[in-house]
Design a protein around this ligand. Structure first.
Ligand code: IDP
Ligand code: MG
Length: 138
């Protein structure tokens, strides 16, 4: 069964939205196959966001993602990777459609601040496998 990797980001936990976000995934039919609360360490985040570490805004993302506990985990189901991406909506909450998690629960960030958009989802099957290996080992 296809698996995708998720992170419920620090804003999700701080705002008490864990139940609502997980409920959406479960109601859709995605099965939680792993889940763990973590305080992210920067070296692991750097591996996870290897394509972003050299961007000028990466330090604010890194500070945001390590600003409080997160929940990491995996969802399984047919087409789980695309299903969870579609449920999240666009990266920038100002572009995310109503009905998506980011469109319903997040607002645009102020200039120079990290985009706080509730949750992460792998963007492809290859990314999912890479990320699951980083966070959980094979
Ligand atoms: P994604 O989460 O929709 O896959 P990515 O481009 O992979 O988006 O970026 C990872 C995360 O980094 C985003 O979810 C967001 O929290 C943050 N981010 C991305 N681009 C920016 C930016 O231009 N400014 C601030 N934060 C950003
Ligand atoms: Mg991404």
């Amino acid at each position: 069964m296809e698996e995708t990797f998720f992170i419920l980001k620090p804003d999700c936990l701080k705002r008490g939205l864990v139940g609502q976000v997980l409920e959406r995934a479960e109601v859709r039919g995605l099965e939680i196959t792993r889940m763990e609360m973590r305080q992210i360490d920067k070296p692991t985040l750097d591996k996870h966001y290897a394509d972003l570490v050299d961007k000028p805004f990466y330090p604010v993302i890194s500070d945001f993602m390590t600003s409080g506990p997160v929940l990491i985990g995996t969802f399984a189901g047919p087409g789980a990777v695309q299903a969870w991406r579609d449920m999240l909506g666009a990266t920038d909450p100002s572009k995310a459609q109503p009905g998506t998690i980011r469109g319903d629960y997040a607002l645009p960030s102020l200039p120079g601040q990290a985009i706080k958009n509730i949750a992460h989802g792998s963007d492809s099957l290859e990314s999912a496998q890479r990320e699951i290996a980083i966070w959980f080992g094979n």
